[in-house]
Write a protein of this length. Structure first.
Length: 145
């Protein structure tokens, strides 16, 4: 039976003593204090709550880390898209620049060829050759991309 005396609780245990033939010899009554069990229970409950809080904090940190990694993945995908758009833009721009450059180079080379047959000032031929070399350099730059 459970007995309460003030603030302390006791288990009262009764046991009948019997001899070898099964005859009753007496009765043993003991009271066991529950103070130590209560302290142990409170300590165990405190530890359980403590570890529960620790696990919840770790889970929150892992979720935050996962969210951050998800943002990095999203950012990486957007960077890949922007890089692809940049490559497409450069390809289109270089194509659009290459077409007029080829025409300019062809007309300059043609003009130099026709002017060398005629007597023309060396300054004009020198200027046309500089323009031709510059157009060739610009064409080479555009060809890289």
């Amino acid at each position: 039976a459970l007995l309460v005396e003030g603030k302390e609780r006791f288990w009262e245990v009764s046991k009948v003593l019997k001899n070898e033939q099964g005859e009753k010899l007496g009765l043993i009554i003991m009271e066991l204090s529950l103070t130590n069990i209560d302290k142990l229970t409170q300590h165990t409950i405190f530890q359980a709550y403590f570890w529960l809080v620790v696990v919840i904090i770790i889970v929150i940190l892992l979720v935050a880390n996962h969210a951050r990694l998800f943002q990095y993945i999203s950012l990486y995908q957007r960077l890949k898209e922007v890089d692809k758009m940049k490559d497409e833009f450069i390809s289109i721009a270089s194509h659009e620049l290459r077409s007029p450059l080829i025409s300019i180079k062809w007309y300059i080379d043609d003009a130099i060829g026709q002017l060398t047959k005629d007597k023309v000032s060396n300054n004009l031929l020198k200027s046309l050759r500089i323009i031709s070399v510059s157009a060739e350099r610009l064409n080479d730059l555009v060809m890289i991309y």
